[in-house]
Each structure stands twice: as structure tokens, then as C-alpha cells.
Design a protein around this ligand. Structure first.
Ligand SMILES: Cc1ncc(COP(=O)(O)O)c(C=O)c1O
Length: 485
């Protein structure tokens, strides 16, 4: 595809019509049909206020807050309110960022620089983290030159194994990680015990509560939530996203530190050039103040009462799912404690199940797992308040989809047959590399689009070695974003 600008721009009405026609191929994010990536509160006024707040600040740049002092006030108010909810005392500081990945990347940078300041640069610093930790930590390590050391989780509870963490800790450890909750299963790691380990060994413990902004409100509703936040003395930093269970438009997260002494390692300044002296709190320099204003507006519009009301809907929906899924023959993995959960089945091809559900108009998220890492395939559900209205309809469709999926063999039968058809007897990188153009063509992964049925591709991800899956994913993305044809 080649796309070039016309000499004369479109009139606004035509332009928006065009945009609407592009958007018509997408699922409607307000429809409550997506059980992943989206946190629809179903409160129209909250979105309206967010957009108005965004518009008020859209032209202002957070690059140099001294030009717009109100930005400092807004950011400090957002960080203070979030710190209070996450058990922070008056020494806790933090910043507003564009999302969970940026918050995590900054925490890793701060922990690395803190490590360097104390231990020198003789070692490659390490992050010790459970297999369930979000890939953002691996990405941060990749970008920032650290090494990750993965620990197993308890096979029953799916919580991080603190003894396994302790075993992997060494004088190279710059950070240990716990999630509250983890993304794959919605399970909270034993943060209190991890905090004790961190205090005992003088380690930096980061709590990833990116998808945990619902936890303070669940606790206010009387739910038993284990200690997970800055109330645990050994926690050095904590990330939590406002664009998830804070219901702000995308581009909103907060990174918190126990003290200014830790946060100072997050900052970057440079003055050895002829331009303006640069000092950044976060990764980006120029960035819109609109996201911050929108997040501030949503927080203050909903207030504690609004968040508790929305948390009640998520909680009730989760309880319905946890009760009904086993009645349909599915197994809920671990004990989900926040707004997300995963389920699987020993008899149903969950890849096909997800595809059949998509034909019925639902998006449920496949977690392919890996035969090589002993991770079983599962389906992830992120519960939004609006799902409260549709959960029974979704379960009815799931029951029907399950019956239809019975016609398909269990993984990895389809994937093995496909590889045989492709003439592949071994999955070594060289053979797969040679066969790749044929494989991509056969799977419908060329020409900038994805096949509607992803079940075979998911199944292949389940059986291919992870290094190979990562390579293929990069190749596919390279193809998808080939804008010049
Ligand atoms: C636990 C956890 N950490 C980090 C992230 C990354 O957040 P983002 O996608 O906002 O960068 C996610 C995203 O789902 C998450 O669930």
C-alpha cells in the first residue's frame, strides 16, 4: 500500500466520514464485547469530562513545566492522590507517565543507577522476577542493559515463589519484582514476604500494580486483599496505571518511589549542547499535557464513591465468572483477586474456542502458553464495569462455543499436522528460517493483514520454541507495518 498526501486537504466532514468508514471494521470499544485491553466504565460523563479536560490542555507541552506551572500542580495532585491510595506516606514521590511500560522502564532505570551508585559498574545488574511478571521488565532490561533472571511460581496458587526468588538473589541483583496482580492470572504475589526478603538483603523491590488500581477500592468494599503496596516497608517503587482501572484515556500511569533519594535516579539531565538545558523526569521530552489533565479530571470526577461503585460491578462480574466457568467445565487458574482472571480446559481446544467466540462477536484473549516452558494455554478475561451488563449473555455464548469447539482436536495436533505439511521435521531456527516465507504465506500472514481465524497460529506459538516465536512475531510485525507496499 502506498499512501500519499493530496495537494488540497479534505473538508472536515468528508475527513471524519472517511475516518468513520476506516473505524467501521473495528470492534466497538464501548460495546462491552471486548474482554481484554479495555476498561469501559460505562459512565458516559466520565469520558466527556476527560475529553473536555484533554482539549483544555492539548496545546500545552509537558517538556518544560516552568512555562505552564499548572502542569506541576496537576501532576503533583495526581501523584499525591494515587500515593495515598497505594499506602504511601509523606516521603513518597512519583511521576505521571504514558503507561505501565514507561513506569516500569523508569523504575528499572532508577534501580539500575542506584545499584551502580552503590556497587559500581563491574557487573551486569540483574532483575529477579517471576515468570508471570509482565514482559515490560524484559523490555526494560533489554533497552537498559540488564539481565533478567526468571523464577517459577507456585504451581497451585500461581503466586511468586519467594524461596525461589531468594535463591536467585546475588550481589548482581538490582531489583526484585512482585505483581499486584499479575496479568496472566490476576493473582497477587506475596508482597509482604518479598518485602521482608528485600529488607533483609538490602534489595530494591518493585511492585507492579499496573493492573491493580482497583485493589484499594476492593479493599474499601471489604474484600480480603493481601498487603501489596507501599504499606509494606520493603517496597522501593510501585507502578500503577490510570488508563486501566483508573478509567482514564490511554496514556496515563503513575510511578511511585519510597523517597526522593530513590527517585532522583530516575531523572535525566543534560546541558552540554548549545540548546536549552534539558531535564526530564520521564522518558519522553515533548509530550501532551492533555493526558494528565484528562486523568486528573477522571480521578476527581469519579472520586472514591465512583471508584467503589465501579469496583463493585467488576467484583460481582468476577464472582459470577468464577462460579459459572467451572459449571461449564472450565478451570479457573489460581485464585483471581482483582479484575482479571484466566481459565482453561483439559478437553477443549481453547484456541478454537476463542475463534468461535469471535464469530459470535466477542473478544476473549488467548494466552498461547508454551510446551517448552510448561505453560498451559488459557483464556484471559479483563473485566470492565460494563461487562456487568453482558456477563450472562457472554456465558451463554461461551457454553455454545464450547460445544462447537468439541469438534476440534486438542493442541498440538493441528500445529503438528501443519508443520508436517510444510515439510518441517525439526524446529531448529535454520530449517524454520528457510521455510518461513512458505509458512507465512500459508498462514495468511503476508500482505499486511491477519487471518480471521488465529487458532492455528496460536497453536503454533504453543509448540514452537519461544526464541523462534519471538523471531516470527517480529517478522510478522515487520510485514504488517510495511506502509510502502
Ligand atoms: C501487570 C502489568 N504490568 C505492566 C503492563 C504494561 O502496561 P502498558 O500496556 O500500559 O504499557 C500491563 C499491561 O497490561 C500489566 O497488566
Amino acid at each position: 500500500m502506498t499512501y500519499i498526501l493530496r495537494e488540497k486537504g479534505f473538508p472536515p466532514s468528508q475527513l471524519l466520514e472517511r475516518l468513520a468508514s476506516y473505524a467501521s471494521i473495528d470492534m466497538d470499544p464501548s460495546s462491552a464485547r471486548l474482554w481484554g485491553h479495555i476498561y469501559e466504565p460505562g459512565v458516559e460523563e466520565a469520558w466527556k469530562i476527560a475529553l473536555e479536560a484533554y482539549a483544555l490542555y492539548q496545546k500545552k507541552n509537558m517538556l518544560d513545566p516552568t512555562v505552564y506551572p499548572s502542569i506541576i500542580r496537576l501532576e503533583n495532585e495526581v501523584v499525591s492522590a494515587v500515593a495515598d491510595l497505594m499506602g504511601g506516606d509523606e516521603n513518597v514521590v512519583g511521576n505521571f507517565t504514558s503507561g505501565g511500560t514507561e513506569s516500569i522502564m523508569l523504575a528499572v532505570k532508577a534501580a539500575r543507577d542506584y545499584y551502580w551508585a552503590r556497587r559500581g559498574r563491574g557487573n551486569v545488574p540483574e532483575i529477579v522476577l517471576p515468570v508471570t511478571a509482565h514482559p515490560a521488565f524484559h523490555k526494560a532490561a533489554h533497552y537498559l542493559g540488564l539481565k533478567t533472571v526468571i523464577t517459577p511460581v507456585d504451581p497451585e496458587t500461581l503466586e511468586a515463589d519467594v524461596d525461589a526468588t531468594a535463591e536467585k538473589v546475588s550481589d548482581r541483583t538490582a531489583m526484585i519484582v512482585g505483581s499486584a496482580p499479575n496479568y496472566p492470572y490476576g493473582v497477587i504475589d506475596p508482597i509482604r514476604e518479598m518485602g521482608e526478603l528485600a529488607e533483609d538483603k538490602g534489595l530494591w523491590l518493585h511492585v507492579d500494580a499496573c493492573i491493580g488500581f482497583i485493589l484499594p477500592f476492593l479493599r474499601m468494599l471489604g474484600e480480603q486483599i493481601p498487603d501489596y503496596d507501599l504499606r509494606v516497608p520493603g517496597v522501593s517503587s510501585l507502578s500503577t496505571d490510570l488508563h486501566k482501572y483508573g478509567y482514564s484515556p490511554k496514556g496515563a500511569s503513575v510511578i511511585l518511589y519510597r523517597s526522593k533519594e530513590l527517585r532522583v535516579h530516575q531523572l535525566f539531565s543534560y546541558s552540554r549542547w548549545p540548546g536549552y538545558p534539558l531535564v526530564n523526569t520521564v522518558i519522553l521530552s515533548s509530550r501532551p499535557a492533555g493526558n494528565l489533565a484528562a486523568a486528573w479530571a477522571v480521578l476527581n470526577y469519579l472520586g472514591l464513591k465512583g471508584y467503589k461503585k465501579l469496583a463493585t460491578k467488576v467484583l460481582e462480574t468476577r464472582k459470577i465468572l468464577v462460579e459459572k466457568l467451572p459449571a461449564l467445565g472450565f478451570q479457573v487458574l489460581g485464585r483471581p483477586q482483582a479484575g482479571i482472571l484466566a481459565f482453561t480446559s483439559p478437553e477443549i481446544n481453547v484456541f478454537k474456542l476463542a475463534h468461535i467466540m469471535s464469530e459470535k462477536g466477542w473478544y476473549i484473549q488467548v494466552q498461547p502458553g508454551s510446551i517448552h516452558l510448561n505453560l498451559q494455554p488459557s483464556i484471559h478475561l479483563t473485566i470492565a464495569p460494563k461487562h456487568h451488563e453482558v456477563v450472562h449473555r457472554m456465558l451463554d455464548d461461551l457454553a455454545r462455543a464450547k460445544e462447537e469447539a468439541k469438534a476440534y482436536p486438542m493442541p498440538p495436533e493441528n500445529a503438528l499436522r501443519f508443520l508436517q505439511e510444510m515439510g518441517l521435521t525439526s524446529l531448529d531456527p535454520e530449517s524454520v528460517g528457510k521455510a518461513m516465507p512458505r509458512i507465512l504465506g500459508k498462514l495468511g500472514l503476508t500482505g499486511g493483514s491477519l487471518p480471521s481465524d488465529m487458532s492455528l497460529i496460536n497453536e503454533l506459538m504453543y509448540i514452537m520454541p519461544p526464541e523462534l516465536v519471538e523471531q516470527v512475531l517480529a517478522i510478522v510485525m515487520n510485514e504488517l507495518y510495511s506502509a510502502r507496499g
